[in-house]
Design a protein around this ligand. Structure first.
Ligand SMILES: NC(=O)c1ccc[n+]([C@@H]2O[C@H](COP(=O)([O-])OP(=O)(O)OC[C@H]3O[C@@H](n4cnc5c(N)ncnc54)[C@H](OP(=O)(O)O)[C@@H]3O)[C@@H](O)[C@H]2O)c1
Length: 160
């Protein structure tokens, strides 16, 4: 499973869910993020700069079975060129396109999905990586950091 955008808030959870499902997880990332990603279970980190499609195809000539793209904004992902025949794509940024095996994920919690993620959190399968926690009065600072900075996992706001 290739995860593009693995370092961020969504991707850092996606890679853990991939590992829990038994996938070999591959992610393009910055060198300084490699240790963080390996700590989440990422099996292989590829350079983020350069031609990702060529890099993946050289490493996996038959392509990858699954792609999660959390960075391509609201247009079909160019990275589907790395998919193996029958491979699947999911994206929270509407980058999956349309058709069989393509899923644009929208936040829509159900009791069933919340129960499932609660269990994965409770048993330690999934952790929520928090780079920094801000107190409520620091909310503007937190938003500024979110907009301007490169975050490993999530920034948190303490409300109680
Ligand atoms: N559909 C939904 O319900 C839903 C729910 C939540 C989020 N979203 C959307 O999902 C997207 C991701 O959210 P997020 O909270 O995870 O954002 P985020 O924390 O900013 O994570 C995105 C990550 O991707 C990295 N990145 C950017 N370009 C890359 C590339 N070419 N290769 C590898 N990594 C790259 C970013 O690095 P830099 O920091 O260096 O840019 C960042 O670490 C956002 O567009 C958000 O609006 C949708």
């Amino acid at each position: 499973m290739l995860v593009v955008g693995a370092t961020g808030g969504v991707g850092s959870i996606v890679v853990q869910l991939g590992k829990a499902a038994g996938a070999t997880v591959v992610a393009p990332a910055l060198p300084e993020d490699e240790e963080f990603l390996r700590g989440l279970g990422v099996d292989e980190v590829l350079p983020r700069e350069g031609d990702l499609i060529t890099a993946v195809r050289e490493r996996y000539p038959n392509g990858v079975d699954a792609l999660v793209d959390v960075v391509t904004p609201y247009q079909p992902t160019p990275f589907d060129a790395v998919l193996a025949d029958g491979g699947r794509i999911a994206s929270p940024t509407n980058a999956a396109g349309e058709g069989p095996g393509r899923t644009n994920v929208m936040h829509a919690a159900t009791r069933e999905s919340l129960d499932r993620i609660a269990q994965l959190l409770a048993d330690g399968t999934v952790k929520v990586p928090i780079q920094q926690t801000f107190e409520l009065p620091q909310a503007p600072e937190a938003l500024g950091a979110l907009a301007a900075g490169h975050t490993q996992g999530k920034l948190a706001l303490r409300v109680a």
